[in-house]
Ligand binder design. Sequence first.
Ligand code: SF4
Length: 69
Amino acid sequence: MVTLSVDNTRCQGHARCLAFAPEVFDFDDEGYAFVPEDKQIWDELPEDVKQAVANCPERAIVVSESSPS
Ligand code: SF4
């Protein structure tokens, strides 16, 4: 299982994540990215989300993998 989130202490709000995966990332009123609750847990990340993670210049997108218990 994979958990996806944005570290809002690192995010600079330049929206590259949104360009790669607009269906997954959203922006708050202050212009910083976040992952809505219903998009936080995945069996496997879609390719466009992997691209967003790889292309975030601040390394602000956090991917945590855990094996099913
Ligand atoms: S690309 Fe990274 S730093 Fe930029 S808005 Fe998205 S999460 Fe934030």
